[in-house]
Design a protein around this ligand. Sequence first.
Ligand SMILES: [Zn+2]
Length: 305
Amino acid sequence: MIVMMTVAAWLAGVSHVPLPLVQEANAQVAAGGVAPGAEDPLTKPIAASRAAEWLAPAKPEKIFATSYLVGFGGLSVALIDTGAGLVLVDGALPQAAPAILANVRKLGFDPKDIKFILSTEPHYDHGGGLAALARDTGATVVASARGAEGLRAGALAKDDPQLGYGGRWPAVTRLRVMKDGEVLKLGNAAITAVATPGHTMGSMSWRWQACEGAACKAIVFASSLNPVSADDYRYTAQASAPIVKGFEASYRKMDAMPCDVLIAAHPDNAGPGSYNDRPGACRAYVDRSRKLLAKRLAAEKAGAK
Ligand SMILES: [Zn+2]
């Protein structure tokens, strides 16, 4: 999700303000790392107004069995220990990469063992750190076809509801595309790609089972389902039909999914805590989005926005 709000805009009741342009994060991306003392183009801070809140430090945390959190107070990053290498989910902002890798180390793991980094959406707040993480670990980034397109470009897609905000982030070069329902197998883990379009057409959620002995939990790392857009965007426009249909398909899928533990790309969208293991967590997550989208569609139809 990309939401920018200055205090002035908030006071004025304006909920969407263009974000400051990312300072040419893509301009001179060094291929083989960074010369000592040089500024690293892949971790150069994106000065988003909510960066401090999103990147609020959090202790790395074991969720259950093989699954951990290595992200932040306002942005989730998950780690799965497959027994034959590690898998990371999402990469937060560019400047977040060193802290993510430090959290991996704090749990006793070696970042060089990260084989894959799964991406939930081509937006800078979840995908901005992927280029640096991939470079520093040697991992391959995995995304949907549309997600990979956006990550390769380091830019928003033409049909992104937030296109009007602009903004760029470091482009990812080493990508593997996975289809809806496809399973990534590594060690003792089988991670299923679940296409959850709507917030972006490339949005992908990821689910897997974490087992400790005979006890297993279905873990879902859900992409953002927030129906948020730039000011001039209309979900009721003809051109937006695939987005609305995408949301509806994502709701049906996530409602039906086994879900003992929900990790939301933005943890606050799943309620209090760094993850949600209360019964019905995924259905509640869907319900929140469904209500926001219905409200938005009704407001557009009423001519308000
Ligand atoms: Zn987003």
